[in-house]
Ligand binder design. Structure first.
Ligand code: F6R
Length: 611
């Protein structure tokens, strides 16, 4: 959840760290800090944004070619200057930045306290810094050994980078459960928790594996396992462009990412869905496809927006491939004793590929012998490495904390999978297949059409920006869209919003409806249309304000609704891909009008690497 950046080489470290922290701020943003080595270790850290840290540093001399930086999302200890990273050990020998959680920190802290160690902060990270120093001062031959011995006593997860003042020509990095990427330059190395701060300097990267410990000088990198076995670093090429991690002229990343969806869905299609061909090519699933086709049940595990995409997947797999599906919150699944049979296939969905609960659920499913597949956006992240096979979404970097293009690309992949299975099982005839593919290929341009009409959505947002509550309703494929619309609104505008299957409204939420309650109804033309028309009437009869997402040309709901957002007609199996777009825009405009920090909503972080 926090962001790590570090540099060693010939350049000045500070600008690289500050720039990197700004790129990483979407991962966590309650405090930030840097430490630079130049004859001694200097630490500057501050509660607030990276800009607050920059102001705090001012014109102070922080020259130096080795440095570490961190942007924090608080787990242990409130966000304040003292709890911000980097943390220095009591005698100043070790300075550390850390992502993850040291679960046994309290016991370690008590023990170190009994040995006379004192602490300044409430963090688990400072405990680790002091544990390393304690072991070092007790006679470990060098800093690396002290780090290894300390890590062997730690329970929990970490991605960390350390400077030792006795060996100031090197950085020591280690990973277990929290990602770390090393950028390889010319006599220089960059480290970060994801590739975004690195891409502008080098495209050659090494993803650390769990248990790896790296010792890095400006011209050498030594990589070993936690059992001290030497490893040959595998250098990979990043295929991210610097333009993809800039706002590209948009006011916010979220708006840019909403508008990128025609492109990102096309990228997800590219090379996979071809009109002239009678097959969808999902190379990553090639070897496991027979098992997927034979699956007796599919279990989808995910969190948040990815879980909503999973719910759309449930409808898709059941409709098109006739496979029963259960969609599970990863955080619930992993703490139950779930029943997984040998003919079940588990699909984990994650934008970041680092969500701790999803990763733990994958481990559990693997232990129970399941075939586990991943649908993931971030190349080289932990989930694609932990799953047996999978499909990348190719949405491109998603920087806005609220997920938008990742959702539509996840649904795109799920639709491709469901169609492939349905086709292989001969459940989809040639002509239906051709129609589906034709319609599927039109989705990007239909999204473009919706985006061109964003002004209508903006005008409606103006009227509802001061609401305190709202209800989102949908049925069938559009029920997960209602959930997703409600999540978008609450997370970025802090307006309370609930998503419901429309018919469930009568079992409780209807009591909330009065003339002040905006009710967003996702009611495009499909087999439930008549039913949802009745639900709209029920809202109308109680004077609720109706904002409806409807199919272009709809006249029935238009008469009842206070506002309609039209979307082009499509096959209902793809309706989630279109109907979610107006809801993303509606939330975005409301949040901007309320003066909220759209890209970095309070208390949230882009990748949730703690449980
Ligand atoms: C909401 C949002 C979160 C994520 C969730 C899972 O807009 O972004 O709900 O969807 O934290 O994250 P991933 O997909 O990275 O596993």
């Amino acid at each position: 959840m926090c962001g790590i950046v570090a540099y060693i080489g010939e350049r000045q470290a500070l600008p690289i760290l500050i720039n990197g922290l700004k790129r990483l701020e979407y991962r966590g943003y309650d405090s930030a800090g840097v430490s630079i080595w130049n004859k001694k270790t200097k630490v500057y850290k501050r509660k607030g944004k990276v800009a607050d840290l920059e102001a705090f540093i001012g014109n102070d001399d922080l020259t130096g070619n080795i440095g570490i930086g961190h942007t924090r999302w608080a787990t242990h200890g409130e966000p304040n200057d003292v709890n911000a990273h980097p943390h220095m050990s009591m005698n100043g020998k070790f300075t550390i930045i850390h992502n993850g959680i040291i679960e046994n920190y309290s016991r370690l802290r008590d023990k170190l306290t009994s040995f006379g160690v004192t602490f300044k902060s409430e963090t688990d990270t400072e405990v680790l810094a002091n544990l390393i120093e304690y072991i070092y001062e007790k006679g470990a031959v060098d800093a690396e050994l002290a780090v290894r011995l300390a890590l062997s006593k730690v329970i929990g997860a970490y991605g960390l980078v350390i400077i030792c003042s006795d060996e100031p020509d090197k950085l020591i990095a280690a990973r277990k459960g929290s990602p770390l990427v090393i950028g390889v330059g010319n006599e220089e190395y960059f480290l970060a928790s994801d590739a975004t701060p690195i891409v502008e300097y080098t495209k050659s990267v090494i993803y650390l594996n769990d248990g790896d410990v790296a010792v890095i000088t400006k011209d050498q990198l030594t990589l070993k396992t936690d059992h001290n076995k030497s490893q040959t670093p595998i250098i990979q090429e990043l295929n991210i462009d610097i333009g993809e991690i800039d706002k590209g002229g948009y006011e916010h990343f979220m708006l840019k990412e909403i508008f990128e969806q025609p492109r990102s869905i096309n990228d997800t299609f590219r090379g996979r869905v071809k009109t002239e061909n009678d097959k969808i090519h999902l190379g990553g699933l090639y070897e496991v496809m027979p098992k997927l086709i034979e699956a007796k049940r599919i279990l989808i595990i995910a969190c948040g927006t990815s879980w909503h995409a999973g719910l759309v997947g449930e409808y898709l797999f059941e409709d098109l491939a006739r496979i029963p599906v259960e969609v599970e919150y990863a955080s619930e699944f992993r703490y139950r004793n779930p029943i997984i049979n040998k003919d079940d296939v588990v699909i984990a969905i994650s934008q970041s590929g680092e969500t701790a609960d999803t990763l733990a659920a994958i481990q559990l499913a693997k232990e129970k012998g399941a075939l586990v597949l991943g649908i993931c956006n971030v190349v080289g992240s932990s989930i694609p490495r932990e799953t047996h096979a999978g499909v990348y979404t190719h949405a491109g970097p998603e920087i806005g904390v609220a997920s938008t293009k990742a959702f539509t690309c996840q649904v795109t992949v799920l639709a491709m999978m469901a169609i492939t299975i349905g086709r292989s099982k001969e459940l989809i005839s040639d002509s239906s297949y051709q129609n589906l593919i034709k319609e599927f290929n039109l989705i990007p341009e239909k999204i473009e059409e919706i985006l061109q009409n964003s002004l209508i959505i903006k005008e409606a947002a103006e009227l509802y920006k001061d609401s305190t509550n709202s209800l989102y309703l949908g049925r069938g494929y559009l029920f997960p869209v209602a959930l997703e619309g409600a999540l978008k609104l609450k997370e970025i505008s802090y307006i309370h919003a609930e998503g419901y299957p429309a018919a469930e409204m009568k079992h409780g939420p209807i009591a909330l409806i009065d003339e002040k309650m905006p009710v967003v109804v996702v009611a495009t033309k499909d087999s439930s249309y008549e039913k949802i028309v009745s639900n709209v009437q029920e809202v109308k009869a109680r004077n609720g304000k109706i904002i409806a997402v409807v199919t272009k040309g709809d006249t029935v709901i238009r008469k009842m609704a206070d506002h309609v957002f039209e979307i082009p007609e499509t096959n209902p199996v793809f309706s989630a891909l279109l109907s979610v777009i107006p809801l993303q825009l509606f939330s975005y405009y409301i949040a901007v009008m309320r003066g909220c920090n759209v890209d970095q909503p309070r208390n949230l972080a882009k990748s949730v690497t703690v449980e």
